[in-house]
Write a protein that binds this ligand. Structure first.
Ligand code: COA
Length: 169
């Protein structure tokens, strides 16, 4: 793809753009926890969350922007307790118009670099079993399947299972 986007860490001033992004991207697939316009956290809450991630030693939110609009978001959410501090939970989304152009791959590479700097050893995630694109991306990037989480999602009146995956850095 013609690389016209930039990737950087999100800051509290990105809160409004982030809310708008999450409400749009949620309507573009059934694989995210929020559907279209279902992200109802107030702007102050999102500002706080982004500021906390920015200051955190084991969490980070990356965004990709084109023309100052968020087109992708990837997050590592680390744990507080010492015994599980080597682990972090991954979530990622890309606006549909930009799928299959390598942005997800690039965001994950950047997150892995940051994870190593933060001494995170294991990145974990759950992905709905019918989400072939995301599963292909995760396998390509070195994630392995560790089990099935039954009835992980309830969407459109149906339960859906998820694959639990981990990547050891
Ligand atoms: C999953 C997602 C983040 C991937 O982002 P992306 O920018 O499209 O990812 P990339 O272009 O870097 O890579 C996608 C890979 O999946 C492959 N792929 C896409 N659809 C596929 C399918 N149906 N079956 C198999 N492989 C598929 C692509 O060929 C590509 O692999 P390649 O690099 O070897 O060619 C994006 O599709 C998305 O936001 N989906 C909706 C939200 C979501 O599902 N998030 C994950 C929740 S766990």
């Amino acid at each position: 793809m013609n690389n016209t986007y930039i990737i950087r860490e999100a800051v509290s001033d990105d809160a409004e753009k982030m809310i708008s992004y999450l409400n749009q991207v949620g309507g573009e697939s059934d694989s995210l926890i929020h559907g279209e316009n279902e992200f109802t956290v107030p702007v102050e809450g999102v500002k706080r969350k982004l500021a906390m991630s920015k200051d955190s030693e084991n969490s980070i939110v990356l965004i990709a922007l084109e023309n100052e609009q968020i087109i992708a978001r990837a997050e590592l959410d680390g744990y507080y307790a010492a015994r599980i501090r080597h682990r972090a939970k991954l979530s990622i989304s890309v606006r549909k118009k930009y799928w299959n152009q390598g942005i997800g791959t690039e965001m994950l590479k950047r997150l892995f670099e940051q994870a190593k700097k933060m001494n995170i050893r294991i990145i974990e995630l759950e992905v709905i079993t019918d989400n072939a694109g995301a599963i292909a991306l995760y396998h390509k990037m070195g994630f392995i399947d560790i089990g099935i989480y039954k009835k992980y999602f309830y969407v459109n009146g149906m339960f859906k299972d998820a694959v639990v995956m981990q990547k050891i850095l």
